[in-house]
Design a protein around this ligand. Structure first.
Ligand SMILES: NC(=O)c1ccc[n+]([C@@H]2O[C@H](COP(=O)([O-])OP(=O)(O)OC[C@H]3O[C@@H](n4cnc5c(N)ncnc54)[C@H](OP(=O)(O)O)[C@@H]3O)[C@@H](O)[C@H]2O)c1
Length: 325
């Protein structure tokens, strides 16, 4: 698999990683055996980079990865912190950072976390000197090797990129979320900040597997957070109305190259964007993990195809999402 570099970290990873939210079984069941099989399939397919968080399954995702790491010590694991308490500015303190990272270190079974990301904190946190000083202290204490941020909005990403210690920015980027292409990716590339493209399949919508009759379980955010009832609506289907998303998928489907699935096509489009370091699809089973990794082997999409994706975005998706994040 093609490798790309987190330059400020001095670390290189396979361009397709694995998002591990679903391994926490917060939304839809994933047994521990299935979780291990999914991790193994990903690694066997060339994945070297895993994204998780301390709140995924309240630590279950980290613990499963931690037990897997014992036999696969070379993997790069980024976790996140900041959502175990209400997301209020005052809670982003050195004492809380120490407690949260100590818990993640225990869950993952490592002395030093490869990197910890602030997990979509309030906007004011991104311009707080005290917060960055506290993160630098965690590095000095060797609790963490480095830090990054996960953001909802492009302005938050730009504020973080301007800080010299920020090694990575995680942001929603997919064929239904083009805004980061305008300023965030160029700024990150210039500064040497890694970009992690999350929710790359628009919560599965861009896999092309769903239709008007598709339903999701009561415990699945694609049911209970469809209108942002529980957290930022942008995390579910990238904030796109489900029916509009299906219409856009119908327009994109003829563009999928022969021999590729629609999910692979959607991932390849992200890999093709200059400035992207890694894309982290959330695979629910070994088949999905293998198929997602194989997107790295596809040839880049043609300029005509990329242009058509932009046309579909402009006509159907842009009015719903572009000015919100
Ligand atoms: N605030 C944050 O920082 C934040 C928020 C959200 C996500 N994330 C990170 O981003 C990662 C990915 O996000 P996500 O899981 O929400 O969205 P996603 O990767 O866009 O979509 C995941 C869903 O896509 C479907 N899928 C995956 N691979 C497939 C394949 N090869 N073929 C067909 N369908 C496939 C599965 O749907 P089915 O379940 O229907 O099989 C899966 O549940 C997370 O695991 C997490 O690490 C971070």
């Amino acid at each position: 698999m093609e490798k790309r570099s987190f330059r400020r970290l001095g670390r290189t990873v396979g361009v397709v990683g694995l998002g591990a939210w679903q391994l926490g079984a917060d939304w839809g069941q994933v047994s521990e055996a299935d979780a291990h099989a999914t991790l193994q399939a990903a690694v066997d397919s060339g994945v070297t980079f895993i994204d998780t968080a301390d709140v995924y399954g309240d630590g279950r995702s980290e613990q499963i990865i931690g037990s897997f790491l014992k036999d696969h010590p070379g993997l790069t694991v980024f976790t996140k912190m900041g959502r175990r308490l209400p997301q209020e500015h005052a809670n982003y303190s050195l004492d809380n950072f120490r407690a949260w990272t100590d818990r993640s270190r225990a869950n993952l079974g490592v002395d030093t976390l490869d990197l910890v990301q602030l997990h979509c904190p309030p906007t004011s946190v991104f311009s707080s000197d005290e917060v960055y000083d506290a993160l630098d202290t965690l590095v000095e204490e060797k609790r963490i090797g480095a830090y990054g941020v996960s953001v909802e909005k492009v302005d938050e990403a730009l504020a973080a990129i301007a800080r010299p210690g920020v090694a990575s920015v995680q942001i929603i980027l997919n064929a239904f979320r083009l805004k980061p292409l305008e300023r965030v990716l160029p700024a990150a590339a210039e500064a040497g900040v890694g970009i992690i493209a999350r929710v790359p399949l628009a919560s599965g919508l861009l896999s092309g597997r769903y239709d008007e009759t598709t339903t999701f379980g009561a415990d699945d955010h694609r049911n209970y957070n469809r209108h942002g009832e529980a957290f930022d609506v942008g995390e579910t289907f990238s904030g796109v109305d489900f029916r509009v998303g299906l219409e856009a998928v119908g327009r994109l489907r003829p563009l999928v190259p022969a021999g590729a699935t629609m999910a692979q096509f959607a991932l390849r489009w992200i890999i093709d964007q200059p400035g992207v370091t890694a894309v982290i699809p959330g695979a629910r089973n070994p088949e999905q993990a293998r198929a997602n990794a194989a997107a790295a082997d596809l040839p880049p999409l043609s300029p005509e195809t990329r242009e058509m994706i932009t046309v579909v975005y402009d006509e159907l998706i842009r009015p719903q999402v572009h000015d919100k994040w």
